[in-house]
Design a protein around this ligand. Structure first.
Ligand SMILES: NC(=O)c1ccc[n+]([C@@H]2O[C@H](COP(=O)([O-])OP(=O)(O)OC[C@H]3O[C@@H](n4cnc5c(N)ncnc54)[C@H](OP(=O)(O)O)[C@@H]3O)[C@@H](O)[C@H]2O)c1
Length: 268
């Protein structure tokens, strides 16, 4: 079992998204160096890097497409290189946050879409966990970002919802597999969270999304980042194989809905 001695390094996938960027900033404030995976938003990755390096923290961006095995390998390679080049760092956290969001509807899904969602949302986290967990020191932890849609019927986003259910299953199954190394793994379940996408500026879509939470409204990405920060910390050292729900009570029961996916507001 590798024991923790050095400075903590966190790998965050989907770091250029609304939630991923908030997670990077929160973990940087917690003292972690950051390896930030993203796919296409070069400008956002650059801004995030400037911000984090500006605070004197290690930051490396990795541009990769996690729908492909090579994309996963690129992240693993970047982590290995970082640990070789910076022996003062230890890999302490992996946050599987990147995802292909929402859709497709039950009657419209194609085989290609099915495979693409599963590759990004399930296969990539699985193999990142498999490849990176042996590099982690005892006491380290993995967090998989799930979704409220894994917990209620979402026929308009059926493949996305199924992928998140599989991700939570990965969390439960892997907890036992890595416990012997002194590692923990948990999921965070966000509800609708303002990631800056257009639907969060559309009053009808916003009203629809707010109706899911018994507390009303949508979440700030900071809410998800705080949950991640807690789960990777020693304060959660008896928490593994479970999920922290930050949906504002969106998962407590069925509610009447006007449409089957928020995509119907933005795709009109
Ligand atoms: N926002 C919500 O309401 C909400 C609710 C429940 C759960 N979640 C979950 O929270 C997590 C973050 O979502 P978000 O709202 O922050 O989404 P977002 O703003 O759309 O960000 C998605 C991130 O994933 C990356 N990504 C997408 N496809 C990729 C691929 N093939 N390979 C590598 N990276 C890829 C994107 O990279 P580029 O932009 O660089 O292409 C981006 O960094 C996701 O797991 C999502 O399912 C979000």
């Amino acid at each position: 079992m590798k024991m923790s001695q050095g400075r903590g390094l966190a790998v965050v996938t989907g770091a250029t998204g609304g939630i991923g960027a908030a997670i990077c900033l929160r973990l940087q404030a917690d003292g972690y160096g950051i390896i930030a995976e993203y796919r296409s938003s070069h400008e956002k990755a650059g801004e995030l890097g400037d911000h984090i390096r500006g605070r004197g923290t290690f930051f490396k961006a990795v541009c990769s497409d996690l729908s492909t095995p090579d994309g996963v390998k690129a992240v693993v390679r970047a982590v290995r290189e970082t640990l070789d080049d910076h022996p003062e760092y230890e890999l302490r956290a992996l946050i599987n946050n990147a995802a292909k969001l929402l859709g497709p509807a039950f009657g419209e899904a194609t085989v290609e879409q099915f495979d693409h969602y599963m590759a990004v949302n399930v296969r990539a986290p699985y193999f990142l966990c498999q490849e990176l967990s042996p590099l982690m020191t005892a006491g380290s932890s993995i967090v998989n970002i799930s979704s409220a849609s894994a917990h209620f019927s979402s026929p308009g986003d059926i493949i996305y919802a199924m992928s998140k259910t599989a991700l939570e299953s990965l969390t439960r199954n892997m907890a036992e597999a890595i416990a012997g190394q002194g590692l923990r793994v948990n999921s965070v379940i966000p509800g609708f969270t303002d990631n800056g996408h257009p639907e969060f500026h559309d009053p009808s879509a916003l009203e629809y999304m707010s109706s899911f939470s018994v507390l009303g409204g949508v979440a700030d990405p900071q809410v998800v980042a705080d949950a991640v920060s807690f789960l990777v910390s020693d304060r959660a050292n008896r928490t593994t194989g479970t999920a922290l729900d930050v949906t504002g009570g969106s998962t407590v029961g069925a509610r009447k809905r006007s449409v089957s996916s928020v995509r119907q507001f933005t795709e009109k």
